[in-house]
Ligand binder design. Sequence first.
Ligand code: CMP
Length: 137
Amino acid sequence: MEQTLSIIKPDAVAKNVVGKILSRFEDAGLRIAATKKIQLSQADAEAFYAIHAERPFFKDLVEFMISGPVVVTVLEGDSAMSKNRDLMGATNPAEAEAGTIRADFAESIDANAVHGSDSVENAVNEISFFFAQREIN
Ligand code: CMP
């Protein structure tokens, strides 16, 4: 069964919409195989987003991701990676389709409510960044 990683970002956690976002995953047929609320350190955020290290938005992205706790979740189901990306909507909430998580809960391209793995291969790496095998059930 395919798995993918979701992060509910500090803006959505602060808005108290964690349950609403997790329900969207379940309502779409995805199963929560693991979930936890954590405070990322600067080193955590820099390592997780290392692929973006050279991008102009990297510093702001890291600062934002450590501004409060996040909820990291392993989602499981048929086509979990692409299904999660459909549920999230476009990276920039201004371009996100109505009814998507980012259209409904996000404010800006930085405070965009959720992250989701962008390939099945990246999902494997992102899941192991946050979870031990015994935490995924
Ligand atoms: P995410 O899916 O978490 O991956 C990297 C994040 O960088 C992205 O969501 C956005 O929140 C943030 N970001 C800020 N500016 C940009 C940009 N111009 N292009 C892509 N991502 C951006």
